[in-house]
Design a protein around this ligand. Structure first.
Ligand code: SF4
Length: 412
């Protein structure tokens, strides 16, 4: 369940003002100079985004989006944006660190409760050597070494992004993780987001939901790739003993989770799943009926050639639904247009998205990402994300033996 993206904190308001988490202002953050614990994210014109957000500019939907949206939230920091780059020393070496930044303690305590046909944790990057993070299991000293890594990040502003395999599959591990993240004197934490398939919430919600609420979880991104259980199970393939595959169990667990913190539903669009504007509208209606206020429709990440053509990649290549084609279909659909109005475009270092606002403040997001762009940024030497792997390595990416910044076992 790797995190693909994190939603931006900047919101454009109906009256023309902007907020960036804690501050509300009538001036776009790009044009104000101030210091603030939450780094302001600039908003630029769509024309400027042609250069600064090349993934978005290359989209088949760009011209239509340009007509509907005035500007773009630039989550990726520009090279000369002094406010959004900091330096930090790890293991004696100084690094440029982008803001905003995420930290992921990669969850791999046990094999995942699902076997999603597109699972990115089973994709093999042939340019990387060593084991995949999903194959590593935490050692007895895992939480001690995680605490050391967090202390090494003291002074860094970041958000926790809890992903990897399924965080809730080992409740004891997750409770210890939350305790460690809360108790260590480490980085300055902005948001706390968790990605989940919901399996452990269905079986151990009585313990996990209060703990996540007490952790101040900002929101949960819950993967459910179809509004009907049979179709969802054909995609996610939960193991036989997982109650969450059942529609009633899922909906009851979702209701309980929404009492504890905000929940966003994540739907990876694909053939055989949600693949048309009619599917999108039906999924939104279903989610709305469950009290969900935010739905994110995501395309499979675009994969460079170096990803092996294994069964997962062949599934992705064979069932991909392009988000810009789906967006164009929705934008041409009177039923969608009658309910949703453009809210914001966001450009990140390896993703972009288009956000829409609907009835009762419901938010719908269409998103796409590109692993090639992600790797290009990692190769620059700057840090865009931090991942702590079960082998004790703190890395700037998803490979546990590549781009090692710090290691509990002195391997860098
Ligand atoms: S829930 Fe699905 S995508 Fe996430 S780790 Fe498990 S199998 Fe992979």
């Amino acid at each position: 369940m790797s995190d693909v993206l994190t939603a931006p904190r900047v919101l454009k308001l109906e009256d023309g003002g902007y907020v960036d988490g804690q501050l509300r202002t009538s001036t776009p953050p790009a044009r104000i100079g101030r210091s603030h614990s939450v780094v302001p994210i600039p908003i630029v014109s769509v024309d400027e985004a042609r250069v600064r957000a090349p993934l978005m500019a290359a989209s088949a939907a760009f011209d239509r989006l340009r007509e509907l949206f005035g500007d773009v939230v630039m989550r990726e920091p520009g090279g000369g944006d002094a406010v959004r780059w900091m330096t930090h020393v790890l293991a004696g070496r100084s690094y440029r660190v982008a803001q905003p930044l995420t930290f992921t303690p990669y969850a791999s305590a046990k094999a995942c409760s699902a076997r999603c046909r597109f699972c990115s944790e089973t994709l093999i990057d042939e340019s990387a050597s060593g084991p995949m993070s999903a194959s590593l299991r935490p050692r007895a000293d895992y939480f001690d070494t995680l605490g050391q890594a967090l202390r090494a990040l003291k002074g860094v502003s970041l958000s926790y992004s809890l992903s990897g395999l399924e965080n809730t599959d080992d409740p004891e591990w997750l409770l210890s993780l939350l305790h460690t993240l809360r108790s260590v004197d480490g980085p300055t934490v902005q948001d706390r987001v968790m990605y989940s398939n919901g399996a452990g919430l269905a079986t151990d919600g009585a313990r996990l939901l209060p703990a996540l609420r007490d952790f101040d979880l900002s929101w949960l991104e819950w993967s459910r790739h179809h509004d009907q259980a049979t179709a969802n199970q054909a995609i996610m393939r939960f193991r036989d003993d997982e109650p969450v595959m059942d529609q009633t169990v899922f909906e009851q667990t979702l209701a309980a989770a929404q009492q504890a913190f905000p929940v966003k539903l994540i739907c990876i669009v694909q053939q055989g799943g949600i693949e048309s504007a009619a599917d999108v509208c039906r999924y939104i209606d279903w989610a709305r009926g469950l009290g969900v206020e935010s739905v994110i429709f995501r395309e499979f990440s675009v994969l460079p050639d170096r990803y092996r053509r294994n069964v997962t990649r062949r599934y992705i290549d064979g069932t991909r639904v392009a988000i810009d084609a789906l967006l164009l279909e929705c934008m041409a659909d009177p039923a969608f247009n009658a309910r949703f109005e453009p809210l914001a475009l966001t450009g990140g270092y390896y993703f972009w998205n288009a956000r829409w606002r609907g009835p009762q403040g419901m938010e719908v997001v269409f998103e796409t990402s590109d692993y090639g762009a992600m790797r290009e940024h990692e190769e620059s030497g700057a840090i865009y994300k931090l991942v702590f792997h079960a082998n004790g390595n703190l890395c700037s990416g998803w490979q546990p033996e590549r781009d090692v910044l710090w290691s509990a076992h002195g391997q860098q």
